[in-house]
Ligand binder design. Structure first.
Ligand code: APR
Length: 320
């Protein structure tokens, strides 16, 4: 059987890391697409040259031609500009919306059957716009945010409790921005919910609140340290987890920016929710019950995402 084909639209920091991870995990052959001449070709060759040492046979190709992504099984989109210090994800809106238009059209014309994972920020609005521009089925277009935000939360919790990250499960919902909703009630260490761990004296409510805030600011913390760009290792790893769930029909329960129409009281919008990812793409939205406080936070986040979508409609008339 032919190897799956993974197209990476954008061959910058995240795109290059995605290519390396996809090759090392032998998820399939990789095509790196970018408008910057030489960048995707150089990264493809560099990564291919790591094959003999690592022991993979995946083929890598760099290109400026959308025709080369023809028939891709998965497209992961990072094309656009990342944040610089002092910029919010929302500041990127106008520039990256134009990029989503060209990318959406390129995918629609060349890889209409692909499972598309968008990473470009501001995430929830960009994945919505990418779906609109591409016209692909809603269940085949999603955004990577919740897996990363949850991974950051899990990492901070593992440090606080001095336990393996493997045993920490965590849930972060809502938009990928300052209003994201880390759900402590649904987050556990080996099945023991965080509120119980506070009662057991493993941590204090104040410390937990600080970890929740650090999770919300997780992207900005990295931007502040790097100064010239934003996070790329963990974002790429998170998207690869989603791509693998699709390619191997794993039916993973992963939080991601998905189209929700009915569940969680939402009518036809993209926002971070728990989903099941398998061979059908986003196969199911997990309609979890929120308590009053969680619902209020989620509503605020939904409102922020809707505001960005309205702003997109104001910038590009074809979206209105
Ligand atoms: N088509 C294809 N590629 C494009 C286009 C386009 N229209 N416009 C820009 N690019 C490419 C750039 O040439 C660059 O190589 O997108 C790449 C982006 O890479 P980086 O600048 O290194 O950004 P990265 O850190 O990978 O982040 C990409 O993901 O997390 C988000 O906020 C982040 O929106 C940003 C995106």
């Amino acid at each position: 059987m032919a190897r799956p084909k993974i197209a990476l639209i954008g061959a910058g920091q995240i795109g290059g890391t995605l290519a390396h991870l996809a090759a090392m995990k032998e998820l399939g052959d990789v095509v790196l697409f970018d408008i910057a001449e030489g960048t995707p070709e150089g990264k493809a060759l560099d990564i291919a040259e790591s094959g003999p040492s690592e022991g993979f046979d995946a083929k890598l190709k760099g290109t400026q031609d959308y025709a080369d992504i023809a028939g891709a099984d998965v497209c992961i989109v990072t094309a656009g500009v990342p944040r610089k210090p002092g910029m919010s994800r929302d500041d990127l809106l106008g520039i990256n919306l134009k990029v989503m238009k060209s990318v959406g059209e390129g995918i629609a014309a060349n890889a209409p059957d692909a499972f598309v994972i968008c990473i470009t920020n501001p995430l929830d609005a960009m994945v919505w716009a990418l779906r609109e521009f591409s016209g692909l089925p809603h269940e085949k277009v999603c955004g990577m945010a919740g897996v990363l935000d949850s991974a950051r939360f899990r990492h901070f919790l593992s440090l606080e409790f001095d336990v393996s990250m493997k045993d920490v499960t965590a849930f972060v919902l809502g938009g990928h921005g300052d209003t994201m909703v880390p759900l402590t009630r649904y987050s556990t260490v080996g099945g023991v919910p965080l509120p119980d761990l506070v009662e057991m004296g493993w941590t204090t409510q104040d410390k937990l609140d600080a970890i929740v805030q650090r999770t919300r600011d997780g992207g900005a913390e990295i931007v502040g340290l790097l100064k010239t760009g934003s996070a790329f290792y963990a974002p790429a790893t998170s998207a690869i987890e989603m791509a693998e769930a699709y390619l191997k029909d794993q039916k993973r329960l992963l939080p991601c920016a998905a189209y929700v129409d009915g569940a969680l009281g939402l009518k036809g919008m993209y926002v971070g929710v728990p989903t099941i990812i398998g061979a059908g793409g986003i196969e199911r939205i997990v309609d979890i019950k929120l308590n009053k406080e969680e619902q209020a936070m989620f509503d605020k986040s939904v409102e922020a995402v809707n505001g960005l979508v309205e702003a997109c409609k104001g910038i590009d008339e074809s979206l209105a």
